[in-house]
Ligand binder design. Sequence first.
Ligand code: HEM
Length: 117
Amino acid sequence: VRSLYDLIGGGPTIRVVVDELYTTLTTDPLVRHHFAPERMESLKAGQRRWFTSVLGGPPDGPVPDLAAAHASLVITDEQIAAVIRHLAEALDHAGVAEEPRDRVLAIAERLWYARLF
Ligand code: HEM
């Protein structure tokens, strides 16, 4: 069985998705204040390792802990919805087909809420 990581095109696709996601996050007035420009490259690298890991890709260094990464942030429901929407758009932008896109979104959403428990 191919992993979702392989299905969407592996590392190159994840790179495009994360680049596009951060471009949108850092220009969206609703969420951009959260993202410190000087930490961008390290945050993108952490995001890539997180997606690689949760989508079943090859081990590639330490995987950030979602709860720890967001513990000191005050994040509203509206901002969560915006980030998920930007992720959907980034997957479309990278050319990921609808079915695997929706599976990726379901995983991200599920793990996002699971971090609370
Ligand atoms: C599906 C939902 C989300 C996922 C999968 C996700 C994933 C991640 C990951 C993996 C990191 C760690 C990067 C690293 O430390 O190397 C991170 C950090 C961060 N996330 Fe999220 N995130 C999500 C939602 C959000 C939302 C809704 C916001 C705020 C609007 C947000 C703001 C941030 C910020 C500001 C950081 C950096 C924290 C720091 O300065 O260390 N994230 N996120």
